[in-house]
Design a protein around this ligand. Structure first.
Ligand SMILES: Cc1cc2nc3c(=O)[nH]c(=O)nc-3n(C[C@H](O)[C@H](O)[C@H](O)COP(=O)(O)OP(=O)(O)OC[C@H]3O[C@@H](n4cnc5c(N)ncnc54)[C@H](O)[C@@H]3O)c2cc1C
Length: 419
């Protein structure tokens, strides 16, 4: 026995890895840091982030980008380990940052794997122990510390523990919700869990024939006649409904409101009047064609066909010369505002994050320590906190992870209230 104090991090994902690094940097030889990971390797989810490019933060991050019963919980951590600290931290590990649209930051290499490699190199340099294939079943408080038991009956004894086991989203990448059970067994409450940042399902006949089409447009979410949110960006039609960054973003609103519809604007840079005038001009220039070719060069051909049908044209063999003012007005309206009723959303397997989680009021936002069990810390998605699409969720994982790691390590060296 070395007699060194031990900090155990449950979960080798974004927040757990950063927490372990910051703890060990402080503890140095005075303490040992162990990461327990249920998968056969750490950081699997990081590899899938940002479509394999890892949108690791966002320059415009603020409290307003987060949701939860008490979203202000993020404020202290985001201030203590902010976006610039994050960029600095990763740059020191070799990740040269690249800013893209709307403040999204990526590694210059364009590879999510480089973010994981950088963290792994630092973990190795610091001598942090990683135990993979260790799925924690329960954490019990003992006299002076904790006893951590795996589903296969192995145990680890630790002075302090950080639970960074993520939520329920994308369980194939590691986080399967066991973290919630661990914390509720320790006396914590878990709010209602829902998949968030996920694709939306529409009535199938609305998207029939559009599968695979992408377009840059404006998306609005409406419920009870009120516009609840609007986003611009690339929308993708799928066989069940709609996907793409603006849909992911607005799926958050669908999680909070009933009977939502999506309104797609296929040409956000034109007004409805301009669209009407354009359609009129096209009628004059293209009167020798059938409707099948009327939209070619203006809209995606298949989108055009759907607009024509929705505007009352039964057969695409209909002659352009037969278009009257009423049909042209209907088509202009549908191009600017085509409505799709939302009948649901995809489930956990497709979700990027978890809405809901461990009750933040039961933790100290200045240390990430539990108010119920002293010496127990948490970080990341396990909390009832999630961010919008655009690098905010990873920023929360890094910020809360760093704060938990620092505070846990400090409390091992001397009793400290906050960082
Ligand atoms: C496909 C996809 C793309 C995304 N892209 C982005 C993006 O570009 N930018 C962004 O900001 N966010 C993105 N996110 C969200 C972001 O990845 C997460 O919010 C973030 O990883 C959460 O970090 P975490 O450490 O809290 O949890 P996780 O990253 O989920 O890590 C939790 C870890 O704990 C382990 N674990 C769970 N239970 C146990 C247990 N009982 N015992 C031991 N180990 C356990 C898991 O295996 C996992 O490794 C994306 C998510 C997905 C699914």
């Amino acid at each position: 026995m070395s007699g060194k104090k031990v900090l155990t991090v449950v979960g080798g994902g974004a927040s757990g890895l950063v927490g372990a690094v910051f703890a060990k940097r402080l503890l140095k030889e005075k303490g040992k840091v162990v990461i327990l990971e249920r998968m056969d390797r750490i950081g699997k989810k990081i590899l899938a982030t940002g479509n394999g490019r890892c949108n690791f933060t966002n320059i415009n991050t603020s409290v307003n980008n987060f949701y939860g019963r008490n979203a202000d919980f993020v404020e202290y951590a985001l201030k203590k380990f902010n976006v610039y600290d994050t960029i600095d931290f990763f740059e020191c590990l070799g990740i040269y940052p690249k800013e893209e649209e709307n403040g999204k930051m990526y590694p210059y290499s364009g590879q999510a794997s480089s973010v994981l490699d950088a963290l792994r190199n630092e973990i190795e340099r610091l001598g942090i122990e990683i135990i993979t294939g260790f799925e924690v079943k329960c954490v019990k408080k003992t006299g002076s510390g904790f006893r951590i038991t795996s589903f296969s009956g192995n145990t680890v004894v630790s002075d302090k523990v950080i639970i960074a086991a993520g939520g329920c989203a994308s369980p194939n990448l590691g986080s399967n919700g066991t973290g919630f059970k661990i914390l509720s067994d320790l006396g914590h409450s878990v709010t209602k869990l829902q998949p968030a940042l996920v694709q939306l399902k529409t009535e199938k006949d609305m998207v029939k024939g559009l599968k695979g089409i992408k377009f840059d447009g404006k998306v609005s979410i409406v419920s009870g006649g009120r516009i609840l949110g609007e986003e611009k960006g690339e929308v993708l039609f799928t066989d069940y409904g709609l996907s793409g960054p603006p849909i992911f973003q607005l799926s958050v609103i669908c999680a909070l409101h009933k009977n939502c519809s999506v309104i797609l604007d296929f040409v956000p840079d034109l007004t409805e009047k301009e669209v009407y005038e354009l359609l009129l001009k096209r009628k004059k220039n293209l009167s020798h064609l059938s409707m099948e070719n009327y939209f070619v060069g203006f809209l995606n051909k298949r989108i055009g066909n759907v607009i024509a049908k929705k505007s009352g044209i039964e057969k695409l063999s209909f002659s352009v010369s037969g278009l009257n003012e009423e049909i042209l007005r209907r088509m202009s309206k549908n191009i600017k505002a085509m409505t799709f009723n939302i009948i649901g959303k995809n489930g956990w397997n497709n979700a990027q994050v978890t809405a809901g989680g461990v009750e933040t009021a039961e933790f100290d936002s200045k240390t990430m320590e539990s108010n119920i069990v002293k010496g127990l810390y948490s970080s990341g998605e396990i909390f009832d906190i999630f961010g919008e699409c655009g690098g905010f969720n990873l920023q929360w994982a890094w910020s809360s992870g760093a704060l938990a790691g620092i505070c846990a390590a400090k409390s091992m060296m001397q009793p400290a209230k906050s960082y």
